[in-house]
Design a protein around this ligand. Sequence first.
Ligand SMILES: [Zn+2]
Length: 439
Amino acid sequence: MGTEIDFFGAVGGVTGSCTLYDKSLLVDCGLYQGIDEKEGINYKPFDFDVNEIELAVITHAHLDHSGLIARLVKAGYRGDFLMTPQTKELTALVLSDMIHVVASNGNEPLYNYRELNETLNQCVCVPYNTPVKIGNKIVSLVNSGHIAGSASVAVEKYGRKHHTTIFSGDLGNGSYGNTVFADTIIMESTYGDKMHVKEDPYDVLYQEAHQLEVQNEGTLLIPTFSIDRAQMILGILRNLKLLGLISDDLPVYLDTPMGIEATKIYNRYFNQPKGKRTELSYEELFKFKGLKLTSSRQASEAIPRNNKPKIVMAGAGMMQGGRILRHAGYYLPDEKSRILFVGYQSEGTISQQIASGEKLVFIDGQWVPVNAHVRSSGTFSAHADQNTLVDWLHGFSGISNIILNHGGDKQRCELAKRLENEYDGVDIFIPKHRQALTV
Ligand SMILES: [Zn+2]
């Protein structure tokens, strides 16, 4: 069954933003302004059941997105208002100012300072990209480049199928921070010739883990890149476990010392929210049930003694070395094993051979038959595909030069061909080794 989304404002107009997702998650609660402010609409009761709302998310501090939050509290809402710290500070400012302006015009205020303060006490600040769990949903705020603290909202819902909805909020003129005007762009083109298969990574991991649980035996190997991919996969597995979609008992081995250290850096680098039971932080990447960190060689070598179903994430991602090789030698001959490739595979690497269907591979001085189930998914890639690269470029204006680097010649030529059509009059360069360009 799908998810209901109800639009209560900013449809046919641009103020009064208010959208209800799944009857329980309110995105924005804005004031109607100007020509949209008809018949005292800001004073009318809400068109939805306030008691059903589990969480209200405020994308940014502009009145047309935040102006009615204190009215929501007056109507009985006792839950959190989720927003970035900047949005909270700006909202306090903007709403106090509105009370002041309305009062000095001799109009009836929508709420008073005390009610505003109560409302601000219900505001919960989270930094960007910090997942918050609400029932079967996970909500994150993503920088939308509009004003300080402004966010798009990503809502992931875990039903029979994982489903992600993005609420853009107000997008900046180029939603990639403040540098929207750029003369010269030097951009990567790793996948300049490719579109990733649009698989949902949650579905891929769920299906793989679920298969282990159904067959109640076997090992899923994930050759893992230590930085970013490892954390992304841990985050997804954590969420699937938190929501009970895969069993807490299913062991997940993070068998890469570098991946373990990289995850610690992620913990430190990203701000961690405090004090709210629903918030998830990067710290939880290390805390979910069934996770086993095997830094030491002995712990790593002991993994095969566990003959229950399990997931083993080990480096290196392209199997050009690392602990994954020992696991591959042990598990690939077994038809109950599974192997999932989650990233770029260079020509000639062991991972590329297995991914392309070879049934016999040479690992650490011996031939290993591949009877395991093999799957590769480009969807985990840390690199944008061609469409995404072009979309990224669309965030900039005033471009005179585009220089394609970080990609093979085939990839760069394909991307350049596409860009030449669209960017008429813009110079597109495919520099060679040691070539100098003047821009
Ligand atoms: Zn705005």
